[in-house]
Design a protein around this ligand. Structure first.
Ligand SMILES: *[C@@H]1O[C@H](CO)[C@@H](O)[C@H](O)[C@H]1NC(C)=O
Ligand SMILES: *[C@@H]1O[C@H](CO)[C@@H](O)[C@H](O)[C@H]1NC(C)=O
Ligand SMILES: *[C@@H]1O[C@H](CO)[C@@H](O)[C@H](O)[C@H]1NC(C)=O
Ligand SMILES: *[C@@H]1O[C@H](CO)[C@@H](O)[C@H](O)[C@H]1NC(C)=O
Ligand SMILES: *[C@@H]1O[C@H](CO)[C@@H](O)[C@H](O)[C@H]1NC(C)=O
Ligand SMILES: *[C@@H]1O[C@H](CO)[C@@H](O)[C@H](O)[C@H]1NC(C)=O
Ligand SMILES: *[C@@H]1O[C@H](CO)[C@@H](O)[C@H](O)[C@H]1NC(C)=O
Ligand SMILES: *[C@@H]1O[C@H](CO)[C@@H](O)[C@H](O)[C@H]1NC(C)=O
Ligand SMILES: *[C@@H]1O[C@H](CO)[C@@H](O)[C@H](O)[C@H]1NC(C)=O
Ligand SMILES: *[C@@H]1O[C@H](CO)[C@@H](O)[C@H](O)[C@H]1NC(C)=O
Ligand SMILES: CC(=O)N[C@H]1CO[C@H](CO)[C@@H](O)[C@@H]1O
Ligand SMILES: CC(=O)N[C@H]1CO[C@H](CO)[C@@H](O)[C@@H]1O
Length: 561
């Protein structure tokens, strides 16, 4: 690029601005603690928290207290957290005394993380996928995800609301709604559709109600809420993170990953949760003897020399006309990638797109997987199953009979179709559909384009990115890219209770690569993020106001009194 495009100029302006903002932060007396600079919690990074904990500026107990106060400030409007961990403060106190004794379990030692309410913990919290069918049910142990967070020293602060059953129940419902958790809303516009299904995880990360959160994805459930809530989401390769005691939809597609405000924060969390698990044999596909250094992968020069393809035919404005404002911003982002040393290869189209849309293979794979996997991978493991739910048929009946499940207002069509299919994922019909599905999304999609055009990675507006990688279990990282213009017309969601499109609606760009290429994708995403810093330019309409300094000063006042 010989000339400097307007967007590059804008980027330079952003960089200058962020430098300014940063230097002002040093003098932001409203969040400074004991005269020492500290950023507001909506901006605080892992490294800010580590520095503060190490230098004794605050304790993990202070941090947990501040985040709980922040959650309670906004909970009644946004309903993003279904349950707080009643032991969070005592766990934090224990981690504080370990630190005082010189034992630090890892970078996340003493740092609070919220997790989606389909990831089980062996403690006082429920794991329900938002359904009364599993209220009070007990698991035999922590899920591998919860165990790994605890081993890394993180404080599991609570459980986040989600689209019920990870959005695998109804065609007639709203993102972020569950019977137990109510309707989660996003913070960028009144009655914002938070997308889903990791809705509460995304809204919580977005407002700085924990350092970061865990979500799960079968097809878009990390990427999409990250997209519309101005966040970084990592959807790992299926098998990089264990699904042990995570309420399943599909063993072939489910994966657990971080939702955070920065790429590096997400990298810290991924480093803590990645790895093999004896309880999930898909993790045997993990090729690494030791987990790659995802934090070190955050390299400003990572885009240099990379070949990046654009599967243009997936940017389908006929299927999705409301996405039109995203396209010019995405195209300008390609210039930023070029300026960072990448080669952009246009029209690396996914040749399987139409056949995939026309066929029913993807639905059949999920239906058959759910019929098999819900009982096999989860219900059969429960040590207490108060409603005797042993199959999808039991669940269907329970949901029809239990008034708070809001049936038939919100239907159970997805389960009814799965039950009508008449088979699970060991039948020959399943395998022919699965083979077709992965052929269309792989050789005629992600892996085919990577090979045919000798690419390192692919990029798409996040709006269009989830489906192909979902079907073959390959990884995606999304980063904030922009927001809808001020003159955008407000559009309600299909259910009619939330605003799906509005002025200032955030959107992201997705980096996609081969299986187990998270280290590469994190580098590319970081190099883009650091050149643009878009997140800081988009502000929520509603924020929590409690800061660490308030908690620390309050404690000082109480100890003096
Ligand atoms: C200082 O932090 C407060 C609290 O987040 C914020 O409202 C204010 O805008 C910040 N001031 C500057 C100069 O950044
Ligand atoms: C810290 O060290 C003290 C003194 O050795 C000991 O009494 C205490 O149990 C230790 N605490 C932890 C959490 O290890
Ligand atoms: C879906 O929900 C809406 C809003 O409650 C309702 O009007 C409509 O009849 C429902 N549709 C179906 C197919 O059940
Ligand atoms: C996991 O183990 C089951 C048997 O328990 C086997 O059928 C399946 O092929 C294994 N899957 C992988 C990915 O190793
Ligand atoms: C960052 O990436 C560049 C370009 O690939 C490489 O030369 C450099 O060694 C990397 N830096 C680190 C610290 O890994
Ligand atoms: C790729 O898709 C775009 C958008 O649909 C189309 O304009 C272009 O002609 C296609 N290119 C190839 C090589 O198929
Ligand atoms: C579900 O309810 C229907 C109708 O009441 C009944 O015929 C069927 O046996 C029930 N199935 C299960 C698995 O309980
Ligand atoms: C997919 O499943 C359907 C419905 O069970 C079946 O008719 C079909 O033969 C299967 N295979 C393919 C490749 O469509
Ligand atoms: C890759 O090349 C093969 C062989 O020409 C072709 O069948 C396939 O459609 C191509 N896939 C993509 C995504 O370009
Ligand atoms: C919003 O403004 C842009 C640029 O001024 C214009 O191109 C676009 O048509 C407008 N959109 C609406 C919905 O008015
Ligand atoms: C639903 C719920 O728990 N709402 C609570 C949110 O927090 C405020 C206090 O900040 C309580 O008053 C609400 O009851
Ligand atoms: C922590 C919290 O406020 N959780 C709320 C989530 O939403 C449900 C339904 O509105 C409330 O009952 C919870 O109190």
């Amino acid at each position: 690029m010989a000339t400097i495009s307007p967007l590059r100029l804008l980027t330079l302006a952003w960089l200058a601005l962020s430098g300014l903002v940063h230097s002002q932060e040093c003098f932001n007396s409203s969040t400074a603690i004991n005269g020492k600079a500290f950023p507001p919690l909506i901006e605080a990074t892992t490294e800010d928290l580590i520095t503060g904990l190490e230098s004794g500026l605050f304790t993990s107990v202070d941090l947990v207290t501040a985040y709980i106060d922040r959650i309670m400030e906004v909970n009644s409007t946004l309903r993003m957290v279904t349950q707080l961990n009643p032991d969070a403060l005592s766990i934090a106190a224990e981690l504080d005394s370990m630190r005082a004794n010189g034992t630090v379990l890892g970078p996340l030692h003493g740092i609070p993380i919220l997790i989606k309410n389909n990831i089980a913990t062996f403690d006082k919290m429920d794991n329900t996928a938002g359904s009364y069918a599993l209220a009070g049910a007990k698991v035999p142990r922590d899920s591998t995800m919860a165990a790994k967070l605890r081993q890394a020293g993180a404080v599991i602060l609570g459980k986040t609301n989600l689209s019920q059953w990870a959005n695998y129940r109804s065609f007639n419902t709203s993102n972020g709604w569950s019977a137990i958790g109510g309707q989660t809303q996003g913070a960028y516009y009144p009655e914002q559709d938070p997308s889903g299904s990791s809705s509460g995880s995304a809204v919580s990360s977005s407002l700085g109600l924990a350092l970061a959160t865990l979500g799960t994805e079968t097809d878009g459930s990390i990427l999409s809420p990250s997209d519309v809530n101005n966040l970084v989401g990592i959807k790992p390769t299926v098998g990089l993170t264990s699904r042990d005691l995570v309420i399943p939809i599909s063993e072939h597609q489910d994966t657990v990953g971080p939702i955070a405000r920065t790429v590096k924060d997400a990298a810290y969390v991924l480093a803590a949760i990645a790895g093999k698990s004896p309880y999930d044999n898909y993790t045997n596909a993990n090729p690494f003897n030791s987990t790659p250094d995802y934090v070190a992968a955050c390299n400003f020069s990572a885009l240099s020399g990379k070949r990046i393809g654009v599967p243009r035919n997936l940017i389908d404005l006929v299927a999705d006309p409301t996405a039109a404002p995203i396209v010019p911003v995405f195209n300008a982002a390609l210039d930023i990638l070029r300026a960072a040393g990448a080669t952009i290869v246009e029209n690396t189209n996914f040749t399987g797109y139409e056949a995939l849309n026309e066929g029913d293979y993807s639905n059949i794979v999920l239906e058959a997987d759910f019929i098999t996997d819900l009982p096999k991978e989860y219900l059969s493991q429960l040590t207490y199953n108060p409603n005797n739910i042993h199959s999808v048929a039991d669940l269907d009946n329970f949901t029809h009979a239990f008034p708070l499940e809001d049936w038939p207002q919100r239907d159970t069509e997805i389960w009814d179709e799965a039950l009508a299919l008449g088979y699970g994922n060991t039948s020959p019909e399943f395998w022919s559909n699965y083979t077709m599905n992965t052929y269309l999304a792989g050789p005629l999609g992600v892996t085919g384009a990577l090979a045919n055009y000798s690419l390192d990675a692919l990029v798409l507006p996040t709006e269009f990115s989830p489906n192909f990688p979902a079907l073959i279990g390959s990884p995606v990282v999304t980063v904030p890219l922009g927001a809808y213009p001020a003159n955008t017309t407000v559009l309600r969601n299909g259910f009619g209770n939330l605003n799906a499109i509005f002025p200032g609606l955030p959107f992201g760009i997705s980096f996609m690569g081969p299986h187990f290429s998270e280290e590469l994708l994190i580098g590319l995403a970081y190099a883009f993020e650091q050149r643009t810093l878009v997140r800081n330019t988009i502000t929520p309409y509603l924020e929590a106001t409690t800061e660490l300094v308030d908690v620390v000063n309050q404690k000082r006042r109480l100890s003096k009194a």
